[in-house]
Design a protein around this ligand. Structure first.
Ligand SMILES: [Zn+2]
Length: 390
């Protein structure tokens, strides 16, 4: 009862407060590492900007919209357009807006590369580390088109936007020790800033604004991959631990995204020997045929390889599907393996770990089954709740 009373009061205050109408809705910020740059940068903002010390927030320079400044870091400290920047010394700096409520409207540019939000410059030995401080929705505009073609079915792109948002917010402290939240590469999520933005992807971000996937009150590990090949995977079959929302899910079509790889028996034997499995000349491969949807002793329910046994002249070696995938650089663990004379033929389907949403699968559900993004997400993240976080 008391809780309801407080909620009602806050709601009432919010309705009364004129600020609630003018301020942009709250949303989380992310610190995204853009890597390093040389010690001289040409900087500007699309709106009036300030350059502040990161430690004491003192403004060291103010710039008009689109006014360029050449900033150099030398062993004597910062220089702006060739003149020493007073009160800056060797401090880390941030190019931002004077009024933080306008952060989502700022586009910062350095050396012709543009990113929404503020830009932090951290002096390092012989270089500058660049960190983009950006609101979550503006960040996603530079992520979604990198992860899925923007021209795909809008419902699939919306599902991608929700998955990417959930993933980013869950990964938020991943690089905390290095002074930022996420990196801009596939290690976290590929982020290309304004240059990669596409209207259709930005629309998908906007139409799902603030929506995330939750389970038991926590953000879901919203993994995704290119193509499952026919069925996604149970988490325990990849990691060994069960996660409720990452369950094997069927696809519209099976045996999608076919690929092949061949390797000579000699080369393969060398790779085995390197791993301490010296079995001599390979004579036989023990692996059952692919059956999508039916588990066997050496395959998971999705048909992915659990393990393959190689029988050689001097002994046997069993290797897991995941180990074979990294050892041979395979696109997935959904494959068959045969031997003909001195060549191993590997034929497989799909691309990626198979956990969570298959991007090609999401497109197929949107195109041929007319699933909306909520149905797509429910299919790939079973039991997850779609929640508007802000
Ligand atoms: Zn990372």
């Amino acid at each position: 009862m008391k809780k309801h009373f407080i909620v009602l009061c806050s709601l009432f205050c919010l309705l009364l407060s004129p600020a609630a109408f003018v301020e942009a809705a709250w949303q989380p910020e992310l610190l995204v590492s853009l890597g390093t740059a040389g010690t001289t940068l040409r900087l500007s903002g699309n709106v009036p900007v300030v350059l502040k010390r990161l430690d004491n927030k003192k403004v060291v320079w103010q710039g008009k919209a689109k006014e360029f400044a050449t900033l150099t870091f030398t062993d004597k400290g910062w220089e702006l357009n060739g003149r020493k920047l007073k009160k800056a010394d060797a401090a880390a700096l941030e190019l931002t807006v004077e009024d933080e409520r306008n952060l989502s409207k700022l586009v910062s540019t350095y050396d012709n590369k543009s990113y929404r939000g503020a830009l932090r410059l951290l002096p390092r030995k012989g270089s500058l580390q660049l960190i983009n401080r950006v609101t979550a929705e503006e960040y996603l505009q530079g992520v979604v088109p990198e992860e899925m073609p923007a021209e795909w079915n809008p419902e699939a792109v919306k599902a991608q936007a929700v998955a990417a948002r959930t993933y980013a917010l869950r990964q938020r402290k991943r690089h905390a020790k290095e002074g930022f939240d996420v990196c801009a590469t596939t290690h976290c999520q590929q982020y290309g800033g304004v240059a990669v933005e596409r209207a259709a992807a930005s629309r998908a971000v906007k139409e799902t604004s603030g929506e995330v996937l939750e389970s038991h009150g926590a953000l879901v590990d919203a993994l995704f991959h290119t193509d499952s090949g026919g069925m996604t995977e149970n988490s325990e079959d990849v990691w060994g631990s069960r996660i409720d929302c990452l369950r094997a899910a069927k696809e519209v079509r099976t045996e999608t995204y076919p690929w092949e790889k061949n390797i000579t028996v000699e080369k393969f034997s060398e790779l085995l020997a390197k791993r301490g499995k010296n079995i001599g000349t390979l004579k036989k491969i023990e692996l059952s045929p692919i059956k999508i949807g039916k588990a066997s002793k050496d395959r998971t329910v999705s048909g992915r390889v659990k393990q393959v046994t190689f029988v050689g002249k001097n002994g046997k070696a069993s290797i897991t599907g995941n180990d074979l995938r990294s050892m041979l650089g395979l696109k997935s663990t959904l494959f068959g393996m045969t031997m003909n004379r001195n060549v191993l033929f590997i034929k497989g389907y799909g691309w990626g770990h198979g956990l969570g949403m298959s991007q090609h699968g999401a497109k197929a559900y949107a195109d041929s089954e007319h699933y909306d993004y909520k149905q797509i997400l429910q299919h790939y993240y079973r039991g997850a709740e779609l929640k508007k976080l802000y």
